[in-house]
Ligand binder design. Structure first.
Ligand SMILES: NC(N)=O
Length: 649
């Protein structure tokens, strides 16, 4: 059986129904919400500030939910399950532990952007103000490359699964998946993506918990941590994991998982620090609560790859020899694994058509909510950094909104075209995921320093980014040639070449930036970026009031200094716990989990999933309850002939 036929358990109509039907359902919902927002609140989607920054007024729970959503790619569900299938329990752990510290560290950048450039629309505006046009263009290219790689990965992974489960044409899936997202982002702007992020994340949490409960409590094929443990022990005898202690699936002493963890740390640094979607969430948040939102978002996100893959990836290992497994009696092929089909195969084995449908829905939710974040992120770069800076500096609010709308559509088509190209030349999700970091990693430290370190010079920033790219690509190709004797798609997607490339890119970027900035030192005056866009926003008066007068700014700056310290301490402490304190003793002692320890490990995954649901599903509701009560009162009053405008408090 080919990879596309092996698990086709759903009719093709279900594929179109999910992709088009659910997409347009949310587009229609957003149309209604945008109408109510414009009619009854002080936030108007026809204001460019509201469209691109949500009036910088969003509360931490909704921002945290947006961070969870922007960080939940197709790969977060599919690649995490792939590494669980390939390396056992260490795979999901390193998938999550490699990314979470970067989100936590981003809390520091979120705080700094509020302190040093409180009115910017994109992080690239800060780079333009500090370093001028040529450097601005270098980093625009890195930012767009990041968005293209992330967005095309979403469509590549999403379409591979839709095609495998329903038989839908892969190119139709690639073009139809982002369509509904384009429509609702055009209708509602950044606030719409937050609301859809929220609803999508809620559905994602429900389905993830459904899978976790099925695997570990009710499913007759597994049904308990003890049964899973026994099946994993049997799998280790038949298919031992290369590089793991005794070939075991239940140990963190996994050499290749550690290599993957290092790649993940480098790649996610780039994918977070260079992705305008993360900056946009910092920009949209209230100054005093931005740090809290990122810390909550990072901790909540951890549960998704950790919980999902500890259920679905390990279930695929446990059930690979079951007659219901789609590839039975053969193991999954390398191509099926790298295409991300581990979780779909596990879902259809465990739960038949219902499982396949649930997986299709959860993946569609993850892909569309992250794609919508990428759409509005790229649109804001093209609108503010290209159109407003270089084409029409005197653009009116109407022109900016029009260009934002056009750019959303342009990027929707662009991400689909790139995904089609990857598909046509045989590049799959796993390859793109591992290679991404070596292409963008060089720019990670230069971008982080651009907003945090007054001493980084233009030479340091540009040479760090470009030198990192050159070093990354060179190390990658040379290692592939040295290790495997040839440079092919297969050899360049293996662990060691991608590890060499990721490390070389990130470290070269760091070393060049620091060394060259100390060679000819300069100090930047942050007052220049603090003045960026001062008196130039087009937000309506209601929004301006909410954005704070002078007293509020002073209060914010005091709170920001405290938040900055807190962000440093919390991110370093949690990063140390995730990347060292938990894994190091278990790796160094070559510990193989006992059945009780494995049960406790899974229990922690469940508890974390509930905490994550609390942060990203319950907290936003609690925070906005009074706003919605006011909104309902106004709608009722309006229907009765009286009318006022509701402001979020
Ligand atoms: N966001 C990631 N790397 O899943």
């Amino acid at each position: 059986m080919t990879s596309s036929k092996a698990a086709t358990v759903l009719p093709i109509g279900v594929g179109y129904g999910v992709v088009v039907g659910i997409g347009f359902f949310f587009a229609f919902l957003m149309w209604g919400i945008s109408y109510l927002q414009n009619q009854y609140t002080g936030f108007n989607t026809r204001s460019s500030e509201e469209f691109n920054t949500a009036s910088r007024s969003v509360k931490p729970g909704l921002i945290a939910s947006g961070i969870v959503s922007a960080g939940t790619w197709a790969a977060t569900l599919l690649q995490s399950s792939t590494v669980a299938y390939s390396y056992g329990v260490a795979g999901p752990f390193w998938y999550a532990a490699g990314v979470t510290p970067q989100i936590l560290v981003f809390a520091i950048l979120a705080c700094k952007v509020k302190q040093n450039a409180p009115r910017c629309h994109t992080f690239l505006e800060v780079i333009q103000t500090r370093y001028g046009t040529k450097t601005h263009w270098v980093f625009i290219c890195f930012a767009l490359l990041t968005n293209i790689l992330v967005a095309s990965q979403l469509l590549l992974g999403g379409s591979a699964v839709v095609t495998a489960l329903t038989g839908m044409n892969v190119y139709a899936a690639i073009f139809l998946i982002p369509l509904g997202g384009c429509v609702y982002v055009v209708l509602g702007g950044l606030r719409a993506t937050f609301l859809c992020d929220y609803s999508h994340t809620t559905i994602l949490m429900i389905v993830m918990l459904y899978f976790m409960f099925s695997v570990y409590t009710t499913n007759p094929l597994i049904g308990s941590p003890a049964a899973m443990y026994d099946l994993l022990q049997q799998a280790a005898l038949k298919r031992p994991v290369p590089g793991n202690r005794d070939g075991s699936y239940v140990t963190l002493r996994s050499h290749l998982a550690l290599v993957f963890g290092c790649i993940q740390v480098c790649a996610s640094g780039g994918a977070i620090f260079l992705d305008q979607a993360y900056w946009q969430r910092a920009i949209a948040s209230r100054p005093a609560t931005a740090v809290r939102a990122y810390l909550l978002g990072g901790i909540a996100w951890f549960a998704i790859p950790f919980g999902f893959a500890s259920a679905m990836g390990l279930a695929a290992v446990a059930l690979a020899d079951h007659p219901r497994f789609p590839t039975y009696p053969h193991p999954m092929s390398a191509s099926q694994i790298t295409a991300g089909l581990t979780a779909p195969f596990a879902a259809s084995t465990l739960l038949g058509q219902g499982g396949a449908l649930a997986l299709l829905i959860v993946l569609f939710m993850a892909v569309t909510s992250c794609a919508s974040a990428e759409l509005i992120a790229v649109s804001s770069i093209l609108t503010f950094d290209v159109y407003k800076t270089y084409v029409r500096p005197t653009a009116t609010a109407e022109q900016l909104i029009f260009v934002s709308h056009v750019m959303i559509c342009v990027f929707g088509v662009t991400m689909a075209v790139f995904a089609c190209c990857w598909n046509a030349i045989g590049i799959q999700l796993g390859w793109l995921f591992l290679v991404m970091g070596l292409l963008i990693g060089g720019a990670v430290f230069p971008v982080a320093f651009a907003i945090t370190w007054a001493g980084q010079t233009r030479l340091g920033a540009v040479c760090g980014a470009l030198g990192g790219l050159l070093a990354g690509v060179t190390a990658w190709l040379v290692t592939a040639q040295q290790c495997y004797g040839q440079i092919t798609v297969e050899t360049t997607g293996r662990e060691y070449p991608t590890l060499a490339g990721n490390l070389a890119a990130t470290l070269t970027g760091l070393i060049l930036s620091v060394a060259l900035s100390h060679w000819k030192p300069e100090r930047f005056d942050w007052e220049l970026t603090r003045a960026l866009n001062k008196g130039r926003d087009d937000s309506p008066s209601e929004d301006k009031k909410r954005m704070g007068g002078p007293n509020e700014e002073v209060e914010d700056s005091v709170k920001l200094r405290g938040a900055f310290k807190f962000a440093w301490i919390a991110s370093l402490l949690l990063g140390f716990i995730f990347c060292f304190l938990i894994p190091a003793p278990m790796y160094l002692s070559s510990y193989i989990f006992s059945q009780r320890f494995f049960t406790a490990w899974i229990l922690i995954a469940f508890i974390w999933a509930f905490v994550s649901a609390g942060v990203s599903v319950v907290l936003p509701i609690v925070e906005t309850m009074s706003f919605f009560r006011g909104l309902v009162r106004e709608i009722v009053a309006d229907l009765g002939g009286r009318r006022r405008v509701v402001a979020e408090n």
